[in-house]
Design a protein around this ligand. Structure first.
Ligand code: ATP
Length: 601
């Protein structure tokens, strides 16, 4: 008991007493902290020092290494010229190989079987041919084709007609060979990166109506870079070393130059060390570049990114200042929703959704079965039903994320995913579907925020690239919406730095930033902890009074009862019952609805 009372602020009961004045608490500033000792670690360190010491000793005391000859040749003009060629070939083949490899990877994942097959064939062939064989074939291409002739087929129009040997110099053959080889390997690295990006990211980009090129270059590839970079840099390092293969073309790059010199002066080891030291320099520079590029593309990937070495060094001195700044920032008033969403003035009149006899099958499974519904402008519809009843599929078909097999859907009289001429419906091109989608916002169960973009960038992307809004206007609207969902202080945060509830509120604001007439929610709270559900439902409740048409798939029965003006009950791909919440929850007509509600209420 005496022990516990010794510790100021802790009562004998063990509970902290925060009321006790500071002067009564003990001062521990004179206490010294002794770190734990690990004898095996110390033995390991001594061993490492002994190994490093003996390697250095033997390297610098053994005269056979010939360090004086090494020093003589290290900066010699022919060596530097060879190094220049090695660097030039590495840079050129990396750039062109990566561009070609990315194009091949995109072709490989494209929906066109011919394009994908062509890409597969190219990769298969180039990865199979040994590098030396490829270089020698290119060097002897003049034997196969005396001139390189490019023209318009079946006409006399000639664009290029040039002797092959003049065009394919040893340097050009080396560049071409390294590029072709590099592109085949990087294509697979890029494809692996693309496949590692969550499918939800593409869906979210498509649901926002972002054009295809923007989906690829702004959403998918930057995220894929995280897995592309480590293997990609391995390839580049391999390439820098394999440039030595071009010696078969008698091209004096670094290694070939060194070989020529040691054959004349017979100082093999010192000259091999010259080449090795330069390769070490190249690899070190590449590793530093890799570190910074990886760092750039890891934005938003971790909650608390580690500072770069230089930043860490500076922070040691700035820490007290930063701490003070952090404390004064954290004592500021918590962000609150400013005003109600209704007052934001950003909402358009809700769209009327008409669903005409839609059906959908996945293989032999009938997921939607001849559904007819009308959702009036500004209405709030909750879709309930057991798992697998087709609720999400119905919702996703409203914005054509899930094309249907039969029937069609219109919003304000305009068909979704089709254009109509007489009795014929023509499927729209993807580009036109994406434009049309901008009016139909969607909020996903797993948020699907873009993790590599800040909260603000998440909101600004689609208005600028889909609606063509000026960036400054998009930023103003985004800040307004974020303030209204209570996240005005999070505009520069990355999604992973937010709680689940906050992420979902950002996702709602992102959908609203396009000023949609219809907003679809696919189980917006089911990925959230019970404590966070309320904050998201509150935002949706606010939205329900703005005039936007809302369609919500939910398991939150109480919420549906309170907010919806129509409740739909689905089972087996059919709408069994639809009506006002009072009737559905009080006197459901269908026995299956009553049975389901009895279980969940
Ligand atoms: N892409 C797909 N390929 C094959 N089957 C699918 C696909 N998407 C959905 N399904 C199947 O369609 C049926 C309906 O799925 P859906 O997601 O619409 O149900 P749900 O009512 O939303 O269920 P839950 O409440 O569990 O999310 C399920 O049996 C599901 O397995």
């Amino acid at each position: 008991m005496a022990l516990t009372t010794d510790f100021a602020g802790i009562e004998p009961s063990g509970q902290p007493n925060l009321q006790r004045p500071a002067e009564q608490r003990s001062d521990y500033s004179h206490y010294k902290i002794v770190p734990a000792r690990y004898p095996s670690r110390q033995v390991g360190s001594v061993f490492a020092v002994a190994v490093i010491g003996s390697i250095l000793y033997s390297t610098f005391t053994n005269p056979q290494w010939g360090w004086n000859i090494f020093a003589e040749w290290f900066f010699a003009a022919p060596v530097l010229a060879g190094l220049g060629r090695t660097l030039l070939l590495t840079v050129l083949a990396t750039v062109s190989g990566s561009i070609l490899g990315t194009a091949l990877a995109l072709a490989r994942v494209s929906k066109s079987p011919l394009l994908s097959g062509l890409s597969w064939g190219y990769i298969w062939l180039l990865r199979s041919i040994p590098m030396i064989v490829l270089l020698l074939v290119l060097n002897n291409l003049g034997y196969l084709y005396q001139t390189i002739h490019v023209g318009v087929p079946f006409t006399n129009v000639v664009l290029i007609d040039y002797p092959t040997v003049q065009l394919l110099t040893p340097f050009a053959a080396a560049f071409l060979g390294l590029t072709l080889n590099q592109s085949a390997f990087s294509a697979e690295v890029v494809r692996g990166g693309i496949l590692s990006v969550d499918q939800g990211q593409l869906e979210a980009a498509a649901a926002l109506g972002l054009p295809r090129y923007r989906q690829v270059f702004k959403i998918v590839l930057p995220q894929a870079m995280r897995s592309i970079l480590p293997t990609g840099f391995n390839e580049v390092i391999g390439l820098a070393k394999s440039t030595s293969v071009v010696y078969v073309l008698a091209l004096p790059e670094l290694f070939y130059t060194v070989q020529v010199i040691y054959r004349r002066n017979l100082e093999v080891i010192p000259l091999l060390m010259v080449a090795t030291a330069w390769y070490l320099v190249i690899m070190t520079v590449l590793s530093v570049i890799q570190y910074y590029i990886e760092r750039h593309f890891s934005k938003g990937a971790v909650r608390n990114p580690a500072p770069a070495p230089f930043q860490a060094f500076l922070r040691r001195f700035r820490r007290p200042l930063l701490l003070t700044a952090a404390i004064s920032a954290s004592t500021g008033a918590p962000a609150r929703a400013s005003g109600s969403l209704r007052e934001a003035g950003v909402f358009r009149k809700g769209g009327t959704v008409r669903i005409h006899g839609i059906s959908k099958r996945f293989g032999s499974l009938q997921v939607l079965d001849n559904i007819d519904l009308t959702l009036l402008s500004g209405s709030v519809t909750a879709i309930l039903g057991p798992s697998g009843s087709g609720k999400s599929t119905l919702l996703r078909s409203i914005n054509h994320l899930e094309p249907v097999d039969d029937g069609f859907i219109s919003v304000d009289g305009e068909l979704v995913g089709y254009s109509q001429k007489g009795d014929t419906l023509y499927e729209l091109k993807e580009r036109d579907v994406l434009k049309r989608r901008a009016d139909i916002g969607m909020v996903f169960q797993s948020f699907n925020l873009f993790p590599h973009l800040t909260v603000l960038e998440n909101l600004v992307e689609a208005p600028v690239y889909v609606r063509g809004v000026r960036r400054e206007e998009a930023v103003l609207l985004a800040k307004e919406l974020l303030a209204r969902v209570g996240l005005g202080d999070k505009i520069d945060a990355y999604p992973r730095q937010l709680s689940g509830g906050q992420q979902q509120r950002v996702a709602i604001a992102r959908a609203l930033a396009l000023r949609p007439t219809v907003l679809l929610f696919d189980e917006p709270t089911s990925a959230l902890d019970p404590e966070l559900v309320g904050e998201v439902l509150d935002v949706i409740k606010e939205l329900a009074r703005t005039g936007t048409t809302l369609v919500i798939v939910t398991h939150e029965i109480g919420f549906a009862r309170e907010v919806a003006d129509t409740v739909i009950f689905m089972e087996g791909g059919r709408v069994l019952e639809a009506g006002p919440p009072a009737r559905i929850f009080g006197q459901a007509e269908h026995p299956r609805t009553r049975e389901f509600l009895a279980k969940v209420l």
